[in-house]
Ligand binder design. Structure first.
Ligand code: KE4
Length: 438
């Protein structure tokens, strides 16, 4: 299908009307805060359809999509294999509340592609995955304290709403009302990449720390890559002190490599949390790891976790189709090349426009930080010029580029972002940069 690209997206009348109605019955008119576009001073745009690397809004405007549903759409929208799998499954019904074959096949595929996961439990979101993994870690170690890192986001589970990234950072929410102080005391949030602070915490709290949960690549405060020894240092410290290492790979799982960040950095986590890509755009999360740990989960063990729609046949069908497509030879080399092409192009344009900004990228995702200096932790991201980011975002959207609407999010590239999309994106950035006074 040839792309009809409207450069002028002035007409968003239908979106505006929908937003008016939505605000009357949904808090903020959105079902997830990051969609509200508050941080970039715009009103949400309602999307009608996706196709490949493109989104089409209810007014018929076309956008090159760098949200990808916040990670799941690594194959692009309306991937034929995913749609076909859904169609074949749909005719048999939508949900049975009993085991179904797709759950077994998806669990087998995940445990094959991520060998550190000997057993896995499917849930319905990344939040359920990290929440359950944390409960399991506390049960397994009989300890209560959890270490997380500033700017990392592990979903909206009470214990994690402490100095978290993503929508909290976007809306400058340090920690959420409604979470009891007593609970917050059980979460230690430390600076990302700061191994010394983790060492100190273990010295101070000795055998009270149940687990360290980390995004192996921090993708909820822009994009921060782990320092060379950070992840291996966490592995050594947790092993030494009898705590579990939980990799939150909800974003990085099957994004940065077929085996996720743990394959890229060759670190074996005790528990891994997954989501997004394994659902192919439908609601799926998962947590898994060593058999001896996972067998504490009910009904084998006593750690209770459940879900009406966990392992839903449609969701597992979409997830299986997507993962099987990613096993194609050099899929990740191709994704890496696309990401590098865009990253290099933007770096050149930043230099040409003499902007105080820089790009951080890894396979399948990248971030444009409006700050010149290196960014290794969340505190450094606070130096970014978020106003300039907002002005850039508003210029790009008018040129048909849907960039993540927050300095504290990451842009996602799909295997459907081709030469045309990347060239259009670079042209839009070049024009937009010209209007940004440094
Ligand atoms: P969900 O509960 O939103 O499926 O997953 C929570 C989660 C857990 N762990 C990581 C590393 C995550 O990035 C997420 C969710 N990511 C955000 C985007 N940065 C979801 C977007 C949103 O909140 O609408």
């Amino acid at each position: 299908m040839t792309q009809v690209v409207t450069i002028d997206t002035a007409d968003t009348a239908k979106s505006e009307k929908l937003f008016e109605r939505a605000q009357k019955v949904i808090p903020g008119g959105v079902n997830s805060p990051v969609r509200a576009l508050k941080a970039v001073g715009a009103n949400p745009i309602f999307m009608q359809r996706g196709d490949g690397a493109w989104l089409y809004d209810v007014d018929g405007n076309a956008y090159v999509d760098y949200i990808g549903s916040w990670g799941p759409m690594i194959l692009g929208h309306r991937n034929p294999r995913v749609l076909e799998s859904l169609e074949e499954t749909l005719i048999n019904g939508t949900s049975f509340g009993t085991p179904s074959p797709g759950e077994v096949e998806l669990a087998e595929l995940i445990t094959t592609l991520m060998p550190s996961i000997e057993m896995v439990r499917l849930v319905n979101s990344g939040t359920e995955a990290t929440m359950s993994a944390t409960r399991l870690a506390r049960a397994y170690t009989k300890r209560d304290l959890i270490i997380k890192f500033d700017g990392c986001y592990h979903g909206h589970f009470d214990s994690f709403l402490v100095k978290a990234g993503s929508g909290l950072a976007t809306n400058s929410i340090a920690s959420s009302p409604g979470v009891p102080e007593e609970l917050i005391k059980l979460t230690l949030s430390l600076p990302y990449n700061d191994l010394a602070s983790v060492e100190k915490a273990f010295k101070e709290h000795k055998d009270k720390i149940a687990a360290v949960i980390v995004e192996p690549i921090a993708a909820n405060c822009g994009l921060i890559l782990p320092d060379e020894k950070f992840l291996s240092g966490l592995r050594d410290l947790t092993s030494k002190h009898g705590a579990l290492l939980i990799f939150d790979e909800v974003i990085t799982g099957f994004r940065v490599a077929l085996g996720g960040a743990q394959a890229k950095y060759k670190i074996k986590a005790d528990l891994t949390c997954l989501g997004k890509i394994i659902g192919g755009g439908l609601p799926v999360g998962a947590y898994g790891g060593k058999k001896e740990i996972m067998e504490l989960v009910a009904p084998v063990g006593q750690v209770y976790q459940a879900g009406t729609l966990s392992g839903n046949p449609l969701a597992t069908a979409a997830g299986l189709a997507q993962l099987r497509s990613l096993i194609a030879p050099n899929a990740y080399e191709i994704l890496e090349q696309k990401t590098k092409r865009l990253s290099d192009g933007l770096t050149e344009l930043i230099k040409k426009a003499k902007l105080s900004a820089h790009i951080v990228y890894t396979t399948g995702m990248l971030c444009l930080f409006f700050h010149k200096g290196e960014i290794t932790d969340f505190e450094a991201t606070q130096k970014c010029d978020t106003e300039k980011f907002a002005n850039l975002w508003k210029a790009l959207i008018k040129k048909g580029i849907y960039w993540p609407p927050s300095q504290f999010e990451t842009a996602f590239i799909s295997l459907e972002h081709g030469k045309a999309e990347i060239e259009q994106t670079l042209a839009a950035f070049e024009e937009s940069f010209n209007h940004l006074k440094d």
